[in-house]
Design a protein around this ligand. Structure first.
Ligand code: HEC
Length: 119
């Protein structure tokens, strides 16, 4: 009987309850929140990690890569693309190279860039 288990093992029930609370409430919250990006730092990382070599100084693309200026992409998709690019042309940037905060900075920088319409 569930009721009896509840009465005889209050600690384990509490533990299970906390665990459920963790998965039900805390995980979705942490998954949804994305770090605030800093544009100036993002510009620094963009150059430091040589993104500009393929995506252009102003983010409007070069021979190597597509335009990323004014990027219309959510934080999680962006991080996913950094970690697992679609092609072998773009190098994969793991957490050890670009952490989540740096990624948020880069994204803020890209969003701040003006997208050229004629391309
Ligand atoms: C060697 C060239 C190269 C470098 C360096 C490079 N990229 Fe890319 N990037 C590409 C290519 C090619 C694609 C398109 C195919 C793909 O996603 O793999 C791409 C795709 C992307 C996309 C997806 C664009 C879209 O609209 O779908 C983003 C965002 C991006 N790169 C950001 C970056 C950032 C940020 C850096 C630096 C940390 C970087 N790239 C470094 C070549 C490069």
């Amino acid at each position: 009987m569930p009721r009896r288990i509840f009465m005889t093992h209050p600690t384990s029930v509490r533990r299970i309850f906390l665990l459920l609370l963790f998965f039900a409430v805390l995980l979705p919250i942490s998954a949804c929140s994305s770090p605030e990006g800093n544009v100036a730092n993002g510009q620094r990382w963009y150059t430091m990690h040589t993104c500009h070599a393929c995506h252009g100084e102003d983010g409007n693309g070069r021979k190597g890569g597509p335009a990323v200026a004014g990027l219309d992409m959510g934080y999680h998709s962006f991080v996913h693309r950094l970690r697992k690019p679609k092609t072998a042309i773009m190098p994969a940037y793991g957490e050890e190279k670009i952490n989540d905060q740096d990624a948020a900075d880069i994204l803020a920088f890209l969003k701040s860039l003006e997208k050229k319409t004629s391309n």
